[in-house]
Design a protein around this ligand. Structure first.
Ligand code: SF4
Length: 69
């Protein structure tokens, strides 16, 4: 899973960063990355942080299914 951030929508509320340090902010308090991989163990925190964003600037993209070959 990865977090995708739309930096144009980010308004710098830092609500995501309050949920988890996964959501690193830049020095001005805006989301500091475009995409970030999330370790399996941190996926629940990533989901909470994405839901906390009032600007809908964050979304989660699932991992592609593993091939069975
Ligand atoms: S909660 Fe949303 S708007 Fe606020 S800093 Fe995080 S990504 Fe930006």
């Amino acid at each position: 899973m990865k977090i995708v951030a739309d930096r144009k929508k980010c308004a710098g509320h830092a609500r995501c960063a309050a949920v988890s340090e996964l959501f690193e902010l830049d020095p001005n308090g805006y989301i500091g990355f475009d995409e970030k991989s999330v370790p399996k163990a941190l996926e629940p925190l990533a989901q909470r942080g994405v839901r906390a964003c009032p600007e809908r600037a964050l979304k989660l993209i699932g991992d592609p299914p593993e091939s069975s070959s």
